[in-house]
Design a binder for this molecule. Structure first.
Ligand code: IMP
Length: 201
């Protein structure tokens, strides 16, 4: 007999999924749509709280996501995601400063910095902090890759046109479909962990 999926087991009553509907605090529709599709695979509905979140300066995306969640006053089962691009050669920069670097330099500016750089390895990290009453949990997803030499593609958002995932065929995240990105992205990986944890609760 085939093993039952988490959701099937839930429907049989063998395990309890504490929530089938949770909220994400974000002003970024790309992030929300991607997370929503991933959670839907597990039968979990994601609603959006359209907020400008408070951020602290910290090295780890987990700390930033957890802080942003802490200062949000809501009795809903709620999550906050923090993500960024980490360039190996620059000790992880822009990392926690990813929004700032994108605003100030843009993808063209980042490529200019990297112009003579042979080592182009980089990763995206995503941290998801979740709270439901007294229960809190944080998850991390990562995708490794490298930076392209020019912007390619119009899909995705942010750094996607300059990020080539190692698990792909050489196309940037800007050149692949949303569906392909959802198979391997940092965000999809963090949200899958959240879903699997929710199912086990
Ligand atoms: P934050 O999580 O909203 O703070 O994101 C930090 C920065 O990283 C923003 O400028 C985003 O555009 C960028 N970023 C985060 N996730 C992604 C992604 O999946 N693709 C492209 N850029 C991203």
């Amino acid at each position: 007999m085939r093993p039952l999926s988490g959701w099937t087991r839930y429907q049989r009553g063998d395990v309890t999924l504490i929530r089938t509907k949770i909220w994400m605090g974000t002003g970024n529709d790309h992030k929300y749509q991607e997370a929503k599709k991933v959670l839907a695979e597990y039968g979990i509905e994601l609603e959006r709280l359209d907020i400008e979140r408070g951020e602290i300066q910290a090295d780890e995306p987990e700390e930033i996501a957890e802080y942003s969640l802490q200062v949000l006053d809501s009795d809903k089962p709620l999550l906050i995601e923090d993500a960024g691009l980490y360039i190996d050669k620059y000790g992880g920069f822009p990392g926690p400063y990813s929004s700032y670097a994108l605003d100030r330099l843009g993808n063209k500016g980042i490529l200019k910095l990297m112009e003579r750089e042979g080592d182009r390895e980089a990763s995206y990290l995503s941290a998801v902090a979740y709270r439901d009453g007294d229960i809190t949990a944080t998850f991390r997803g990562e995708v490794k890759g490298e930076l392209s030499h020019e912007e390619r593609g119009t899909g995705g958002f942010g750094y996607d046109p300059i990020f080539i995932p190692a698990e792909g065929d050489g196309r940037t995240f800007g050149e692949i479909s949303d569906k392909e990105k959802e198979q391997i992205s940092h965000r999809a990986r963090a949200f899958r962990q959240l879903a699997e944890w929710l199912i086990k609760q």
